[in-house]
Design a protein around this ligand. Sequence first.
Ligand SMILES: Cc1ncc(COP(=O)(O)O)c(C=O)c1O
Length: 412
Amino acid sequence: MNESPTTIRQEVPFFRPSITQDEIDEVVACLQSGWLTTGPRVKQFEADLAAAVGAKYAVAVNSCTAALHLAVEALGLMPGDAVLVPTMTFAATAEVVRYLGALPLLVDCDPATFNLDLNDAARKIEDLRAGRTPLDRNAKVVGIMPVHVGGLMMDMTAVQAFAAERGLWIVEDAAHALPAAYRADADAPWRQCGENTAAVTCFSFYANKTITTGEGGMAVTDDQVLADRMRQMSLHGLSHDAWKRFAGGRVWDYQIVAPGFKYNLTDIAAALGIHQLRRAESLRAERQRIAEEYRRLLAGVEQLELPPMQVNRVHAWHLFPIRLRLEKLDIDRNAFIDALRERGVGCSVHWRPLHLHPYYRETFGWKPEHLPVASAEWTRTISLPLFPGMRAEERRHVVRSVRELCAARAKA
Ligand SMILES: Cc1ncc(COP(=O)(O)O)c(C=O)c1O
């Protein structure tokens, strides 16, 4: 740990997928089977994932964004309705609300976890009615879309109580949270993300997610009506019988019953997913070990705050976001990222909050002061590389680079 930065040159990517020979063999077997699109492997992946998270129904699609879109469509979201959406999230969570012509009522984040702050959600509903948000004060608030940022679950018991009191549906954006679990307190039973934690829970299998199919997603639910609607709309709004096409039934006849979408997953992708899912817990455990190592080796660096660990959570550790104590440094977050890049360390930021993007600012008039916690916190957050298969020297290089940079740029 005593080399100077100029003597060390090592590239550490932000993420590198973990793909085994079994997975490659299964993709090859799929290609050789002649069945490339939705078929037996998708059916198996759906059944396996539903069983793994404890859900009754699972609909495989080609992204988490598609799953979120199908969920809000199936729940009957109407133009002009409002949905509570955290501002601290990726584009997808809010854009699907816009697909239906509805309004994202943006909610600030909890400063410790970056997850949606339920107190602010209650406040935002009051603000809406009082005309203190940029949205139409008469908009009907119909739903809430929690995001488990980085894989640290919200207390879904609290979210469910909040939603039940106000007659809202819940669509859970669980893009980071497979596998993850929570319990409301030490006496409560553990619940997996997707185990009836929302009307619909949506997972992502994008290339850098906790398990991957390259591109892919899954919507899980215990509600058969929602599952049927999502399945139908995921394939052009074709009648149920159309799915027999994928089971070798009467292939030439189908009926269009709604103007649906083209969101179905391929068997090639599911071939990867079936095997990745079997490894989901061991991949998570490996990420947790790396996160614990980072926490141990970065503890006590005055210029940093480390991501929280909570006893009543099984953390998916999709991300390892550190926060800079900017008042103790003579450079800002962007310069810190540039300096890490110079040392070969790939980083990312999760996220520029939605209200600071031109579309949400200009279309609706959201301002930084509407969402003060996210407005401030995002300027000092950096996600460090964290992925299974990260080599010891790569982990050491990340720690050494961060420590050296903090020491070199510490304010006197
Ligand atoms: C919180 C969140 N939701 C949704 C998505 C969208 O996932 P997908 O790329 O599978 O559509 C992402 C992707 O990064 C995400 O981070």
